[in-house]
Design a binder for this molecule. Structure first.
Ligand code: PEP
Ligand code: MG
Length: 312
């Protein structure tokens, strides 16, 4: 198998009937870029920026962040790199943020909510990101979105940061794509509206499953109740993809589900544009894509997703 996978390096992610899909990687630190290159990832679909904050005793400075982002962008040599803004709270806690103790942290002050409530932290990260954008092909995405107003506010801060950088004579890329994660049912259901605000969607199936099924992703006792294959999750993915495409933007999946080979045919049938997975999953996934003929698989899969079982 390893030999077969080796032969897939440099090959296209194309189905037997000529449909292509981008296979990107999820990384958690600049050191992971090596694994992306070794496994022939097409880009980085999710760079979890939390490591900078987790490995630090205090808020990382703008320059520290800039150096880390710049390293990844330069090392990726012009390939697309999507960096997610700070996603702490809930399952990702950091002491010096002094977040109040919450009874329901998964539904609490987390991710973009913290960034919009404490704009000085957000602004520092955005400045570092835009400065780094001069060194490669950057996309920025915001986690845990539920509403259009949050996206507008985050975008307004991006505009302010760019305006300041321009004033200070600091270069930044002119074509930074702005996207959001779709990982709450609210965002999925309103994805037609949200699609008009951004350049891309990235579906976070770990949280989307948690919130859709009301199942704590950390609670192993829930076992089969935490089911990312649940029809409701798959239908939301389908709906988000359709709303993205109707509005001319692309959509990816960056949750664990993207690497689930039993769903590769489903994601191809739905028409997802990008799957972002751990580097070691790139070649197995490419293999699965290349084995698929959507003319054979898609009709059955789409009928299953749509089927009204009560009519049987
Ligand atoms: C997700 O929720 O699916 C996701 C990719 O983000 P994280 O696992 O970092 O919450
Ligand atoms: Mg998430």
């Amino acid at each position: 198998l390893q030999r077969l996978l080796e032969t897939l390096k440099g090959q296209a992610n194309v189905t037997k009937d000529g449909k292509t899909i981008r296979i990107y990687c999820n990384i958690g630190s600049p050191e992971d870029v090596h694994a992306v290159q070794v496994n022939d990832g097409g880009g980085i679909g999710l760079f979890r920026s939390e490591f900078l904050y987790l490995n630090s005793k205090d808020y990382p400075t703008e320059d520290e962040q800039f150096e880390a982002y710049k390293t990844v962008l330069s090392d990726m040599d012009g390939k697309e790199v999507i960096i997610r803004t700070l996603d702490i709270g809930a399952d990702k806690q950091i002491g010096y943020f002094n977040l109040p103790k919450e009874d329901n942290p998964a539904m609490g002050m987390r991710a973009l909510r913290i960034c919009l409530t404490r704009p000085e932290i957000f602004r520092t990260q955005l400045r570092a990101l835009f400065r780094a954008s001069a060194f490669g092909k950057l996309g920025i995405m915001f986690p845990m979105v539920t509403s259009v107003w949050e996206v507008r506010e985050a975008k307004r801060m991006c505009e302010e940061v760019k305006r300041d950088l321009k004033k200070e004579g600091i270069p930044y890329g002119e074509d930074v794509q702005i996207g959001i994660m779709i990982e709450t049912p609210a965002a999925a259901v309103c994805s037609d509206r949200l699609a008009k605000e951004v350049d891309f969607f990235s579906i976070g199936t770990n949280d989307l499953t948690q919130y859709t099924l009301a199942c704590d992703r950390q609670n192993n006792d829930l076992g089969r109740f935490y089911d990312p294959h649940h029809l409701s999750v798959l239908r939301l993915i389908q709906m988000v993809t359709e709303n993205a495409h109707k509005n001319g933007i692309w959509v990816g999946i960056c949750g664990e589900l993207g690497a689930d080979l039993t769903l590769t045919e489903t994601f191809l049938a739905i028409g997802v544009d990008e799957l972002s997975v751990t580097p070691r999953s790139v070649l197995p996934l490419r293999n699965a894509v290349r084995m698929t003929d959507t003319r054979e698989t898609a009709p059955r899969i789409l009928a299953d997703l749509a089927e009204d079982y009560t009519a049987r």
